[in-house]
Design a protein around this ligand. Sequence first.
Ligand SMILES: [Ca+2]
Ligand SMILES: [Ca+2]
Ligand SMILES: [Ca+2]
Length: 134
Amino acid sequence: MKKIVMLMVLFSGVIHANETSNKVYMIEKFDQNGDHVVTQEEFLKSAEERFKTMDIDGDKTIEKTEFLQRYTEHSHSTTADSAAEVGQRVFGKLDENRDDKISELEYTQSRLKWFTEVDKDNDQKIELEDTADK
Ligand SMILES: [Ca+2]
Ligand SMILES: [Ca+2]
Ligand SMILES: [Ca+2]
């Protein structure tokens, strides 16, 4: 019985830590004017830039090869194999219509979904202390 409680505490701690680090990560990455708040506008702008970096041949779609190349370049995994594996999985999530290409719309939409998930109080801003957390 004690064990179960311990596990639950541990588990909820992990979830909470993940949420916070998700926000810290987003603010670090996407806050462009340095006010420690990421607005939806800032977020989408950086998504657009990121899309352009990944679209190597500039045809407004990210082909699977392009994605995997960029992904393995930027991945911190120790082996290229596992980076490619994770890349495949991430690609699958992004490619909603399964045509092995990520369109700008698919990319933006998945990014927006992420934004909405983190933006708990729904004010189109990611800040460290979302009002809904309190
Ligand atoms: Ca900002
Ligand atoms: Ca392309
Ligand atoms: Ca697609």
